[in-house]
Design a protein around this ligand. Structure first.
Ligand code: SIN
Length: 281
């Protein structure tokens, strides 16, 4: 197995391995690389739906997404699909999955099934790097704060998904809200990560609405800087795995007139603890 960086900011590409036949030793190496690098990209894979589920089970416990329709016959696999003529895509803005849950999902394994001839890239960025490049003043200010994360405005009954995605979306009433530290310690690596995102983070606990908005805007603009990010151009046979604690992602909606289909399995995560400011500020 060979591991090489995708860019200076986030992620690695892994070659010399077929994910459909991963030994337990190789699975442990992939698992460690995933925790360390946040984003793994594998090219030229031959992973059918059964192999996708088996791979996910080798790496953890599957967390079935309650909002997006599943692939026929595979309730564990979310069908991340945009047909010709659809306007809305899934994940079309910076976010990190399931941050509204009490134990947010560890990450996802995305398999390219139908890649448009143009566009359809996914952007990723490192929230670990974003913490490292934050000013000392802001580090100190946010290190003891908590933020509210909600799925109501994105997946609730009045959301664009509920109104415009037809039978590819359901359970609009299964929305929820939870609070997490603004600076978490990655559950495995212990690295501090800025854990707020434009999709689901709605406010900072204990601040007046104006102050909360101003601080959140400042953090989100900082995290979204290009130097923290990488744009992945999908190829047939490509598989990517991202860690929701140390990365954000954004599926670009830039392939009008074409179809795009990806299969996503999400793995369960754990409750998130605060990074120790004295250690890192
Ligand atoms: C998502 O899970 O947000 C979708 C990612 C993608 O389709 O590239």
């Amino acid at each position: 197995m060979e591991i090489s960086p995708l860019c200076d900011a986030v992620g690695v590409t892994i070659s010399g391995v077929q994910l459909r036949e991963l030994t337990s030793e190789a699975a442990a190496e992939v698992d460690a690389a995933w925790n360390e690098h946040g984003l793994l990209v594998f090219r030229d894979q031959e992973l059918d739906e059964t192999g996708h589920v088996r791979l996910a089970e080798q790496l953890g416990e599957i967390d079935v997404n309650r909002f997006f329709a599943a692939v026929d016959g595979f309730e564990q696999i979310a069908d991340v699909r945009k047909e010709v003529g659809d306007e809305l895509n899934i994940g079309g803005g910076w976010h990190t999955d399931h941050s509204y849950d009490s134990d947010p999902a560890r990450g996802s394994i995305l398999v390219a099934r139908d890649v448009p001839p143009v566009g359809g890239q996914t952007r990723f960025l490192s929230t670990t790097l974003a913490w490292q490049t934050l000013s000392d003043e802001l580090k100190e200010r946010v290190a003891t704060l908590d933020a509210v994360h909600s799925s109501e405005h994105i997946f609730g009954p009045n959301s664009g998904y509920a109104k415009r995605m037809g039978d590819r979306f359901s359970n609009a009433t299964a929305v929820n809200t939870n609070v997490h530290p603004v600076v978490i310690a990655h559950p495995v690596s212990g690295q501090p990560c800025l854990y707020v995102n434009p999709g689901f983070t709605t406010s900072v606990v204990g601040l007046e609405p104006d102050e909360s908005k101003e601080l959140l805007d400042t953090l989100l603009v900082h995290i979204a800087k290009r130097e923290h990010a990488y744009e992945l151009a999908w190829e047939p046979g490509m598989v990517a795995m991202w860690d929701n604690r140390s990365t954000w992602h954004w599926a670009l909606n830039n392939y009008e007139g074409h179809r795009r289909q990806m299969h996503r399995i999400t793995l369960a995560g754990v409750a998130l603890g605060r990074a120790k400011v004295s250690q890192y500020a």
